[in-house]
Design a protein around this ligand. Structure first.
Ligand code: MLT
Length: 330
């Protein structure tokens, strides 16, 4: 089979695929080169950082299977996938563990001003009495979007002695009951925003979440609170965030792993602020998580090759989105 891998995935997985298939590697390329490489490919493997447009997919009439080696689908023309009956399999769980852990890393780094402390040490400064911070324990952790990642963040927060509150407009009654039983309080969006000491975003990017965190939402945040975004750039209005952080507003700091403009050479408008932590979309970049994703990719391809009309979801693994499904969530 001919497989186009359009994003970097675990190298062992690539070697395993190469043993049985013709594998084309073209990581994070713009659409033009991808369009010349995709003809005859049956399988397309991708992550964030590439645009999987209808124009690209229609260049390969043989294309049958798309493997999203991770979670988000904002870079994919889902209508095309559904209209053409392509099989799309996401592998959200391994990356979710890594993103949830990194959410905590950023909350701790913000609260204890770790990057400022590190910078001052490198300048031979001893700022012991200037660099006091805050405990997580006893604080309120607000989670916007409580799916695979948000659920893990809530569990970790409660284990840390935080109160977990959440808003999610798409919860099934069963999941809502389960979350309540576990101790997560489900509230309106505005209530979560105004009550959270740490507001962490875990929603997909779509028309209803674009600029979900805008100037008026930032004005409603609790005084002394922190904003953490490991979901997608575009959910937070970065210009409004800059104003909120520089105009003596309510926010104490922010950490962003995802940005309105991502990629080499792009400078965030928040780059000059020392109460902001910026990272280059590395939430899911834990070696263990990527290794697990890679192995799932290999299993999915194997199962597709064995019976193309009946792709099996790996145990504990991906979600098959059938062409008629309406229930696509991050
Ligand atoms: C994801 O949606 O899984 C993450 O953004 C990681 C990625 O694909 O780069």
């Amino acid at each position: 089979m001919k497989i186009l891998i359009a994003s970097s995935i675990d190298s062992d997985a690539i070697e395993q695929l190469k043993q049985h298939h013709q594998v084309i590697l073209a990581f994070n390329k713009p659409n033009e080169p991808l369009e010349t490489l995709i003809p005859d490919c049956e399988v397309l493997v991708f992550r964030s950082g590439v645009k999987i447009s209808a124009q690209l997919m229609e260049r390969s009439p043989n294309l049958k299977l798309l493997i999203r080696a991770g979670s988000g689908l904002d870079n994919l023309d889902l209508d095309y996938v559904q209209r053409n009956g392509l099989v799309l399999i996401r592998i959200p769980q391994p990356g979710a563990k890594a993103v949830a852990e990194m959410t905590f890393a950023l909350m701790l780094a913000l609260s204890r001003r770790l990057f400022e402390a590190d910078q001052s040490m490198r300048q031979a400064r001893w700022k012991k009495y200037e660099l006091s911070g805050y405990l997580l324990q006893g604080k309120t952790l607000g989670i916007i979007g409580i799916g695979e990642i948000g659920g893990r963040v809530a569990e970790m927060g409660m284990a840390w002695g935080m109160k977990a509150i959440s808003h999610d407009g798409f919860l099934s009654p069963e999941r809502a009951r389960l979350l309540s039983e576990k101790g997560v309080e489900l509230l309106d969006f505005d209530q979560v925003v105004s009550q959270s000491d740490y507001l962490s975003l875990h929603v997909p990017l779509n028309e209803s979440t674009r600029y979900m965190i805008n100037a008026s939402v930032l004005e409603n945040m609790k005084p002394g609170s922190y904003l953490i975004n490991l979901a997608r750039g575009g959910i937070v209005d970065e210009q409004a965030l800059y104003k909120a952080l520089t105009s003596g507003g309510r926010l104490r700091g922010a950490a962003l792993d995802v940005h309105e403009k991502e990629g080499e050479g792009k400078l965030s408008p928040l780059a000059s602020l020392n109460n902001v932590i910026l990272t280059p979309h590395i939430g899911a970049m834990a070696v263990d998580a990527q290794r697990e994703i890679g192995q799932r990719v290999v299993e999915i391809v194997k199962s597709y090759k064995a019976s193309p009309n009946q792709v099996k979801v790996p145990r504990n693994g991906g979600v098959v989105i059938e062409s008629d499904s309406q229930t696509v969530r991050i």
